[in-house]
Structures are given as structure tokens and as C-alpha cells.
Design a protein around this ligand. Sequence first.
Ligand code: FMN
Ligand code: SF4
Ligand code: SF4
Length: 375
Amino acid sequence: MTGFDIHIGYAQIRNPIALAAMAGIADLDFVRKVAMSAGLAVLGGYNLDDATNDAAMRIMERGRAEFVTPEPIEYLRSELERLNEMEDPPAIALNVRSTEMKPLLSAALLAKEYGAILEIDAHCRQPEMTSIGVGEPLLRDPDRLASMISRVKKTGVALCVKTRSGVVDDERLAIAIEQAGADAIHIDAMKPGAGTDHRAIKVTRNATDLFIIGNNSVVDFGSAKAMFGHGADMVSLARATLANSDVIDTLVQHITVFQEQTGWYNAPKHICSGGDDRALAFCCLPVKPCAIHGVLNRYGITPQEFADLKVELSRGTPLELGDNTCFGTLIWCCKLTKPCFLRNAVLEQIGLSGVEYMKLKKRLSEAILERLRGH
Ligand SMILES: Cc1cc2nc3c(=O)[nH]c(=O)nc-3n(C[C@H](O)[C@H](O)[C@H](O)COP(=O)(O)O)c2cc1C
Ligand code: SF4
Ligand code: SF4
């Protein structure tokens, strides 16, 4: 029993750390080596038809690893069967590429049969794949991607789409993926040059209710926390697992302790520190010029209306207490990881644990966004 409540469609996930797909590398043997403690392991990418298998062979000829499987569906079934031999494996996703619909639908039905997630690869940049319209070209063809998602989703599979940020408008892409019916988006939030594009995670969080897997350059607890603080529900790692086979185990331990200590493992950063709109729950009474006003303008709400809303939604909860805090109640107080002896003294005085405080803030955040989105 973990302190997390995470699922993608029917797939229950025990913690928010995932192994990301690596063609020719990420199979169940690799999971045994690096990802047995993960919440999710994305296997693949697997090539489902002749065109993608031929492209994969050409990629292999220039020295890059790929999975080439003449009978892809039978092969995937045998991989999924092997799960039965493993003790306590992570949830599984299959990252797949195909030029044809039929093999995608077969893979979706197979994934569903084994309680696995199907992940459509709209990410691959290898020229042999992009030249046959597979991978990243899907991002530039929203109608084809949406049609693929809605047809695959009709099988009832739990469906994720792997994307790369900065290729097209990230917000519009995420909305299109959600409207087509996908359950989750797995964003390689790469920044051209170097680093991680947390903005892509944040705009997706603010615009959709998709389950978000944040990916790119997660190597330790700090980089994972930055992804969570911008709205990711889960983080995934690829290259870091090649460099350090214990990195997933270490991250799972850290995030589990963090969840036990704070009650909200992916609590947002404050809005003035670049956090997503969930952080309105931690905002002060909006009396000074600061970053909140841009957010309130976006929702078409005045500072007074926002203040009234927060008070209304906190009515009858312990957040109404706290005379000795900056603004007279915990409604306006910062998140637990921001050290504050005034707030902590109130929490101690009223007998509210830090975890309970954060759970109240999480509920407040959900209620605020529900009302603002309906505004
Ligand atoms: C060797 C290698 C193979 C990859 N193959 C795939 C793939 O088949 N499908 C896919 O969606 N992403 C693939 N990726 C991308 C990774 O899943 C991930 O998005 C990317 O490496 C950035 O994450 P990282 O910084 O944790 O490595 C591959 C990455 C590497 C390094
Ligand atoms: S209201 Fe407070 S917490 Fe929110 S953005 Fe402004 S200064 Fe930051
Ligand atoms: S009392 Fe502390 S936690 Fe509350 S608003 Fe002031 S600084 Fe933030």
C-alpha cells in the first residue's frame, strides 16, 4: 500500500516514476535491471508493420539499436506473458509505431487484454521513420493524429501519446490530444540547446485534465520535483537509467518519503516562481502587483472576485483559522515546503498536521480551478 492514488485509465500505478521507451533497449530484461521499483515501464518502441520494421532495419544498419520483430503482435504477446513470471512488476505501457491502422488496433486490444497502456509514438525523429510519416510528423498533422487516437481509443485501451515539446504549439496540441480521447500525454519537454522546457508541462496542465508524464533530463530528485511543480503527474527517465541502474530505485524512495511528509507529491510551485494555476491555492490576498494578476486576467476574474471565491470555497474548513498569519487566515498561506514559523505555529496550535494542511490546499486548488474553468 503506497500513499499514491495514481491511474491511467484502468491501469493502477503504484508510484509516479517511470522508465521511458528506448528502442532496442527497453524490454522486460531491461526492466528487470533498472525499473523493478518503478510505477510504470514503457517498453519499446516497437514497430508494428512492414514499413516500420524495414525502417528500423535501415536504422540498425547505421549502428542504432531497434526492436525488429517479424511477427510483432505475437512477439508482444510473448513479452506480456513473461510478466506472469515476474514478482510485483511495474505497470506496463507499449510504445508503438505503425504506418497502418490495423496493427495499431491489434496492439491496443492486446494491451487492453493484459491491463497495459498503449503509447502512440508521435516523437521519433529518426529520418527513416519520419520519411514514412511515423513519429514526429504526427505532431504536424493534427487531423491524422486525432483520427488515430479516436479510432484506437474505441478499443477501450488506456491510451497515452508520446510527444516532443516545441515542435508545434504545445497548448493546442495537448487540447487536440485530449479532445480526441487520449487518457495521457507523455511529453519529452526538450529545450533546443539544453535543459528542460517546463513551460510545455505547465501550459498542458493549465489547458487540460490529461494525465501528464513529464520527460527529459530527469536525473535526480531535484529535476523530478521541478517537473512535478510545473504540473506533471509522473516523471519518466530514459538516458539516466543507462548511466545509473539504481536511479529509478533512488527516485522512488525519495518521492515516497516526500509524499509521506507532505501529502501532495506534485504540489505546484508558487505562481510567482513559475508554477501552474493549481498554485492559486497558495496565493496571498491579491493586494500587490505580482504574477497572480496575469492568471486572474486570463480567467476574466477580478482580484476581489478571486478573494471572495477562495473564502467561499474554504468555508467550514480549518483553513479559515490562523489569526497570526500574514493575512489573518491559512486560506492565503504558502505551501508547506516554504518554511514559515507563523503558519507552523498555527498548525500546531489547531492540531492540523502538515499533510492534512496540504490535502486541504489540494482540495481547495481543485475547487478553485473547477469554478474558474466554468467561469
Ligand atoms: C537510445 C534511445 C532510444 C529511444 N527510443 C525511443 C522510442 O522508441 N520511442 C520513444 O517514444 N522515445 C524514444 N526515446 C526517447 C526517450 O524515451 C526520451 O523521451 C528521451 O531520451 C528524453 O528523456 P531522457 O532525458 O530521460 O533521456 C529514445 C531515447 C534513447 C536515448
Ligand atoms: S499572490 Fe503571492 S504567491 Fe501568488 S503570485 Fe502573487 S506574490 Fe506569489
Ligand atoms: S504566514 Fe507564512 S505561510 Fe502564511 S502567508 Fe505569511 S509567509 Fe506565507
